[in-house]
Design a protein around this ligand. Structure first.
Ligand code: FA5
Length: 350
């Protein structure tokens, strides 16, 4: 075997056999030491150069240096490959957070959307939004609204009374969960001077429970007090409101009715927004949909609120927001709105 063959075999043994068989940096280093260490095979070759005659030493020296460089290169390449493999293996044990499916974003509850739509339309008609407490004085919920202690409306409302806190100035019977948003009329008239144009939206409570009646539900109240305002303005406002909400011209009609705090009083209906009044399953063929109550503010209410009934007139209306949401979103059962069932709620993407 020539010397050249010996160098070629050494290169082959190092780079093609022993180094590729190593799986860790320590194992690879041991192979390197075997060839290139102080007592390594290649180092021995270098050392032996000194005993060669000068004319072959130079050429042989270049060959040994070329071998050394080739082995160093093979060693570096192999170590880089081992390091990369180790990194990939470590990465594979981590969870890729960028690969997680993002949760569906939440959407607004259909009642919130309905409430906001109502607020938007009434704001565009020049109404402010007013507010009142859920636990209300019976005086504001009933008496100041001309609903006396023995008035049948008081029974009809079927009220949740609230026990007064011990040591408070309230007596049993003084506090109620408000049965309608109408006490906000009183609060507003006590606080402000006309002209007044407000809507009050909020939760109310009654002892009711079936597919169309909930013990907790929501109402919107409208109140306008000004010099010379009339039933015609009330009707025009309701007409403008339903037409804006459903984005088509819809008529409103009044049917005579009784509420102690308005005179004259009425219930009002709107033309069915789904058939335009022709008759369909939503309006049960009548062409009309009942909305709520309305009328001219009763002089007794003005008196309780310190408003001069000789100078001012006023009108008010109220209806159920939940019923409106059922209508707008075609919800068949009122209770679905309060159960918080995601299968129901996800049918209302924003
Ligand atoms: C009133 O509550 C009057 N305050 C409305 C009013 C305001 C009249 C201003 C005149 C002037 P009523 O009891 O009819 O009225 O209730 C109004 C609406 O609330 C009803 O038309 C209905 O849509 C809704 N409603 C009543 N009870 C329930 C209930 N238990 N669950 C869901 N909605 C209800």
């Amino acid at each position: 075997m020539s010397d050249d063959d010996a160098l070629t075999r050494m290169r082959h043994a190092f780079a093609e056999v022993e180094l590729p068989a190593t799986r860790t940096l320590d194992e690879a280093y041991a192979v390197k030491v075997k060839y290139l260490g102080k007592k390594g095979l290649v180092t021995e070759l270098s050392r032996a150069l000194g005993s060669l005659p000068p004319d072959v030493r130079r050429e042989r020296g270049q060959q040994v240096n070329a071998l050394k460089a080739a082995l160093e290169q093979a060693y570096d390449d192999h170590c880089r490959a081992l390091t990369e493999q180790a990194e990939q293996a470590a990465l594979a044990t981590f969870e890729d957070l960028t690969d997680v499916v993002a949760p569906e974003p939440g959407t607004l509850h259909p009642l919130t959307r309905t409430r906001r739509a109502l607020e938007r339309v009434f704001a565009s008609l020049g109404f402010d939004v007013a507010d009142g407490p859920h636990v209300e004085l019976a005086r504001l919920n009933f008496d100041d609204l001309n609903i006396g202690p023995d008035h049948p409306a008081r029974d009809m409302a079927d009220t949740f009374f609230v026990a007064p806190p011990p040591g408070s100035r309230w007596q049993p019977g003084d506090l109620v969960l408000r049965t309608h948003t109408s006490p906000v009329q009183v609060r507003t008239m006590l606080e402000r001077t006309p002209p007044i144009r407000i809507v009050a939206l909020g939760t109310v409570f009654r002892r009711d429970d079936d597919a169309t009646h909930s013990p907790m539900f929501h109402q919107i109240e409208g109140l306008c007090v000004d010099e010379g305002t009339s039933l015609a303005d009330l009707r025009a406002t309701l007409y403008r409101f339903v037409s804006a909400l459903f984005e088509r011209e819809l008529q409103v009609r009044f049917r005579p009715s009784f509420f102690p705090f308005v005179e004259p009083g009425a219930e009002f209906d709107m033309q069915c927004p789904f058939c335009g009044g022709k008759g369909c399953s939503v309006c049960k063929g009548s062409g009309w949909i009942e909305l709520g109550g309305a009328g001219m503010v009763h002089p007794a209410v003005f008196e309780a609120c310190g408003i001069d009934a000789e100078r001012y007139t006023g009108w008010a209306f109220g209806f159920g927001i939940d019923r409106m949401a059922m209508l707008m979103h075609q919800v068949p059962d009122l209770r679905l709105l309060f159960e918080g069932d995601v299968r129901f709620l996800e049918q209302f993407p924003c």
